[in-house]
Design a protein around this ligand. Structure first.
Ligand SMILES: [Zn+2]
Length: 91
């Protein structure tokens, strides 16, 4: 039996492939805003992170997220992303 291909993405935090639905997309918009894109449909350059704060922190510490999005992420945006991630995680 052939296994069904499950859409997966590499997490920029832990660098492991995960199912898309267990991840959250971080997007850089045309206005250069960086935010969590829970719908996965926002326009802009995107990166995927597991739905947990640990992977978000790893992605930030390693600068992997900034590299993926090709932008610098200011402190206040990092703060906002952490809050958004803990809200997603709590669900
Ligand atoms: Zn991860």
């Amino acid at each position: 039996m052939k296994a069904k291909k499950i859409p997966s993405r590499i997490c920029v935090g832990c660098r492991e492939p995960k199912e898309k639905r267990s991840m959250v997309r971080v997007v850089k918009t045309a206005e250069n805003n960086v935010c969590l894109d829970e719908t996965g449909k926002m326009n802009g350059r995107g990166a995927y992170i597991c739905k947990n704060t640990e992977c978000l922190l790893r992605a930030l510490q390693s600068k992997g997220l900034e590299r993926s999005l090709k932008t610098n992420i200011p402190e206040e945006v990092i703060h906002k992303l952490k809050e958004e991630m803990s809200a997603v995680e709590a669900r």
